[in-house]
Design a protein around this ligand. Structure first.
Ligand code: DGL
Length: 266
């Protein structure tokens, strides 16, 4: 048994799509979540800068004695996972291998991926999917404008539907069997995406397989918690969007949401 929290991070509130699955699947596990709103968005930043930002947050989480870190951000996973794994003393997992694994397990032949500019340019999903199944056809599309729609609380609006309709138009000409929501903000646009693509396209939210991997690691290493969970949220910038996101997507199921000043940052 190990009652230390799990550390989770994202550039913003997208990582709450992973936290909500932790709450559902691992209800005894406490979480410390960092939303890097001070540097949002990651998807348009150079990978070297993203690596530095993720490493700083990882070091903060280490000082909070987390037992495992989840990079709940595809952009950060693509840019920084191996570096952070090398430099931190705790185990670190990302969301891209879980997302790709879930998509391959869906048996879809043509898989679409929507992600940030950075993740798409990096090609991390294409590589991971083809490693798991070289025969799979992958159609990748950067849909960066959808990130801000979610971060700024505009899901469920006419503006959100219009943005989804525009950004996903190419999947009507080039249909896919499954679509990976390759940015942790995107599961919060599920209604709009279904409205555009219909119900025949299976939407893959990497969060579920990510949390399966967390469960497996904690079980194998006998690190599961036996105490009631607590959820502490931190924002490196304006915490208003994170609070609004947690009120909506975690149904207010969190203990605190504070500002975080990371050392070396202005
Ligand atoms: N939520 C993040 C991801 O999964 C990044 C969004 C952004 O900051 O551009 O890629």
């Amino acid at each position: 048994m190990d009652n230390r929290p799990i550390g989770v991070m994202d550039s913003g509130l997208g990582g709450l799509s992973v936290v909500r699955v932790i709450q559902r699947e691992l209800p005894n596990e406490s979480v410390i979540f960092v939303g890097d709103e001070g540097h949002f968005p990651y998807g348009t930043k150079p990978q070297e800068l993203i690596r530095q930002l993720v490493l700083k947050i990882g070091r903060f989480l280490e000082t909070r004695s987390v037992k495992l870190m989840v990079i709940a951000c595809n952009t950060a996973t693509a840019a920084a996972l191996p570096t952070v794994q090398k430099k931190l003393s705790i185990q670190v997992i990302g969301v891209i291998n879980p997302g790709a694994t879930a998509a391959i397990e869906s048996k879809a032949k043509r898989i679409g991926v929507i992600a940030t500019d950075s993740t798409t340019k990096d090609g991390a999903y294409v590589r991971e999917l083809q490693k798991l199944n070289p025969d799979v056809k992958v159609v990748s599309k950067a849909t960066q404008p959808l990130v801000a729609i979610v971060e700024h609380g505009k899901t469920g609006t006419v503006e959100a539907q219009k943005a989804v309709d525009e950004q996903l138009a190419s999947f009507v000409q080039q249909p896919v069997d499954a679509l990976i929501l390759g940015c942790t903000h995107f599961p919060f646009l599920t209604n709009e995406i279904k409205q555009k693509l219909g119900t025949n396209v299976e939407l893959i939210d990497p969060a579920l397989e990510t949390v399966n991997q967390v469960k497996k690691i904690l079980t194998e290493k006998q690190l599961l918690s036996s105490q009631p969970a607590s959820y502490r949220l931190y924002s490196t910038g304006n915490r208003d969007d994170l609070i609004a996101g947690a009120d909506k997507w975690l149904q207010g199921h969190y203990d605190s949401c504070n500002n975080l000043m990371i050392e070396g940052d202005n």
